[in-house]
Ligand binder design. Structure first.
Ligand SMILES: Nc1ncnc2c1ncn2[C@@H]1O[C@H](COP(=O)(O)OP(=O)(O)OP(=O)(O)O)[C@@H](O)[C@H]1O
Length: 244
């Protein structure tokens, strides 16, 4: 039996929209096991990003529990939260969220600085991660000198740098054309095959089909949570993608 790495129980979250309170998550339960590749899909506005932000410890739920490695996040103080986020969770945003003033290598190494790794460790790790995403020769460039697809690969390298083993990925292809989107998804699939646990939010059924398990969210509730049978397997895109 694989280790349970993330667990959400009866999670709720509301936002104030003008005078109205809108309940976005209405009691969500599931667990993520080490090595899984899970997609979360559902209609626009159903709460996918809200859920992923809570799982990335970027936001807090109103009620319910969230456990990382069996530890209750709600009981942690802010420095413990920052530590577990740095040690256990890599986050990939739709809009890359790279810092324009830093080089590619500096962007990747930055999270390691926060957790106190030495300069040498940061450099070595950042270079290794850049190589993993196929951009070894781009380290000294700035983000705006790269294509969107390349920038997303850099943001994946940054999420890998902490060696957290878990990657939460929010619509990684949303700002990319289909060629670069496919290349990013193939990279995520390869990283999962090498052992990274991935939770992917996507509205694209083709990309959701690349995961081994799909959670369908609708109006703040899980309406299905299915692991594919062995015969279904996980889909490949079967494209020969050239990454530019
Ligand atoms: N910070 C916030 N303040 C107020 N409302 C918010 C906030 N964040 C999200 N919402 C609202 O919560 C609902 C769910 O948003 P969320 O981004 O989680 O949906 P989603 O399923 O990821 O949508 P999409 O696929 O369009 O990205 C939406 O109605 C959104 O307007």
């Amino acid at each position: 039996m694989k280790n349970q790495v993330l667990k959400v129980t009866n999670l709720t979250k509301s936002f104030n929209s003008g005078a109205q309170e809108v309940q976005v998550l209405k009691g969500v339960d599931f667990s993520i096991y080490e090595g899984e590749f899970v997609s979360i899909s559902g209609p626009s506005g159903c709460g996918k990003s809200t859920l992923l932000n809570i799982m990335g410890i970027l936001d807090t739920p109103d009620s319910g529990e969230y456990l990382v490695d069996g530890i209750q996040v709600a009981n942690m103080n802010s420095s413990q939260r920052a530590q577990i986020r740095g040690d256990r969770i890599g986050f990939v945003f739709q809009s890359f969220n790279l810092i324009d003033e830093l080089t590619v290598l500096e962007n990747i190494a930055l999270p390691l600085k926060y957790r106190g790794d030495s300069f040498e460790v940061r450099q070595a790790r950042a270079k290794a991660c850049l190589q993993k995403v196929g951009l070894a020769d781009k380290g000294d460039l700035f983000p705006n000198q790269l294509s969107g697809g390349q920038q997303q690969r850099v943001s994946i390298a940054r999420a890998l740098a902490g060696d957290s083993g878990i990657m939460l990925v929010d619509e990684p292809t949303g700002n990319l054309d289909s060629k670069n989107g496919d290349a990013v998804m193939e990279l995520l699939q390869a990283l999962n095959q090498q052992g990274t646990t991935i939770v992917l939010v996507t509205h694209d059924p083709r990309y959701a089909g690349m995961a081994h398990r799909n959670i369908q969210l609708s109006d703040g509730m899980i309406v299905s949570d299915g692991v594919k049978s062995a015969s279904e397997g996980s889909q490949n895109l079967h494209t020969s993608v050239e990454v530019d």
